[in-house]
Design a protein around this ligand. Structure first.
Ligand SMILES: Nc1ncnc2c1ncn2[C@@H]1O[C@H](COP(=O)(O)OP(=O)(O)OP(=O)(O)O)[C@@H](O)[C@H]1O
Ligand SMILES: O=C(CO)[C@H](O)[C@H](O)COP(=O)(O)O
Length: 413
């Protein structure tokens, strides 16, 4: 049986948020129990109940109970869903919408992860935004207080009733229950915009897609799959740009890892946007995260792997690695320009990368081979998304291991 520690409320901030109607006893996860014997419930207009008194909080040793929170920021259509599918696959599962819930829910749940889309915190629906003349990227169209309260509650192991923004109707639908998972990913336009939400993140990622590439991807998806015209795609990108520059793009300075996607430099003046130069920018000095490197940690390296061990057709493949400064922070950057002809040969490149946090030799290659149908599997976007997925798994395992030790120690003291 797990050893438990009982804390008196005098030393705790006892205010918390819950979503269930019962008010005497809440059990979250297997190894943490929060036990309220006296409670005062105040319903507020967001359907959240505030408990203002809680005499005992019991936490048990060996608990992996607190949710690890990951932030993933990017503009719409920049590969968040693809990245999430790769991340879920690293944990060995597939993500699905909540069973029996709203068919237009934006949430995806797997055994380990719950991914919530921050569009659900739009405070203005489509009509409301039109009337007020604001875009969904404008902070005025989003409820950051609620976002903070709910992400904090989930992180503390407490279920919430999260609103749903319905992309089909453009309306705010009735809320859905989100239980605390092992890993909560908050993805969308603003995971690092509000300092309170940012501080809750255990790791943060920004997908930085250059305008040229964003345009090429949008055309491919919105013209081919959604029947939009070229003119309307151009107009929509232009209309979003000022708010994107003001509110979304600046978040990259806070990210622990940035995946930057640029046009290739291997073809002069390329404007097709098919061959990509992708940079994995990794912040130095982040707890439980040690950046991936090529050949030699801290050196500056340029490497063309094409030859006997790696088949390359025009324009080839070029890797680079080295230390840089990014928004005043020391970072390590691994870069890949070009694309693989034969994905199985990626193993050759993988064997020259270190600190991958893989569980066995060839895991990165195996992951990419598993999902050759995902966009970007043959270039740096797929490679670096997979690597970041392994890093998140490693971070999660380190956090769980550290937590398993802490209460035992404090109980002994
Ligand atoms: N690495 C990639 N290489 C090429 N195309 C890509 C890549 N990632 C995404 N795309 C293109 O962009 C489209 C959007 O990708 P995805 O659905 O993953 O983005 P998203 O950020 O989740 O979009 P949204 O927020 O609009 O739902 C894909 O359908 C595909 O056409
Ligand atoms: O930037 C977006 C994030 O995905 C969407 O444009 C925003 O959520 C508004 O959605 P819709 O266009 O469906 O009203």
């Amino acid at each position: 049986m797990a050893a438990c520690t009982v804390y008196s409320t005098q030393s705790l901030n006892t205010s918390c948020f819950i979503s269930t109607p019962s008010h005497t006893h809440y059990g979250f996860h297997q190894k943490q129990v929060v036990f309220y014997t006296t409670s005062k419930r105040i319903s507020n207009k967001r359907g959240i109940n505030t408990i203002s008194t809680s005499p005992y909080v019991i936490k048990c040793a060996g608990g992996d109970s607190q949710t690890v929170v990951i932030g993933l920021a990017a503009d719409s259509g920049c590969g968040k869903s693809t990245f999430m599918r790769r991340l879920t696959s690293v944990f060995g599962g597939t993500a699905e919408p909540p069973k029996g819930g709203n068919p237009d829910s934006n949430t995806l749940i797997s055994d380990t992860t719950t991914v919530i889309c921050l569009d659900d915190y739009h405070s203005l629906d489509r009509t409301g935004r039109k009337e007020k003349g604001v875009t969904a990227l404008d902070p005025k169209a989003n409820d950051f207080d609620l976002m903070y309260e709910q992400v904090k509650a989930i992180k503390d192991g407490i279920a919430v009733q999260k609103p749903i923004y319905n992309h089909v109707t453009g309306l705010l639908d009735p809320p859905e229950l989100i239980k605390p998972p092992k890993i909560l990913v908050i993805e969308g336009l603003h995971p690092m915009y509000d300092a309170r939400v940012r501080d809750l993140l255990d790791f943060s990622i920004y997908l930085d897609i250059s305008n040229e590439v964003k345009f090429a991807w949008k055309i491919q998806r919105d013209m081919a799959e959604r029947g939009h015209s070229l003119e309307s795609i151009k107009a929509s990108i232009e209309a979003r740009k000022p708010d994107f520059d003001a509110y979304i793009d600046p978040q990259k300075q806070y990210a622990d890892a940035v995946i930057e996607v640029l046009p290739t430099q291997l073809i002069p003046d390329d404007n097709e946007g098919k061959i990509l130069r992708v940079r994995l920018i990794q912040k130095e000095g982040i707890k439980k995260f040690s950046p991936v490197y090529l050949f030699d940690d801290g050196s500056t390296i340029s490497w063309i792997p094409c030859g006997r061990k790696l088949t390359c057709s025009y324009p080839g493949i070029k890797f680079a690695y080295g230390p840089e400064t990014y928004f005043g922070n020391e970072v390590s950057v691994v870069e890949m320009d070009g694309q693989f002809d034969r994905l199985d040969e990626l193993i050759y490149v993988e064997s020259h990368l270190s600190n991958l946090s893989s569980k066995f030799y060839g895991e990165v290659t195996q992951q990419l081979l598993k999902h050759t149908d995902f966009p970007g599997s043959n270039n740096g976007t797929g490679l670096f998304q997979t690597i970041v997925g392994l890093k998140i798994r490693d971070l999660y395992e380190q956090i769980v291991a550290a937590r398993a030790e802490t209460p035992v120690r404090s109980a002994k003291v």
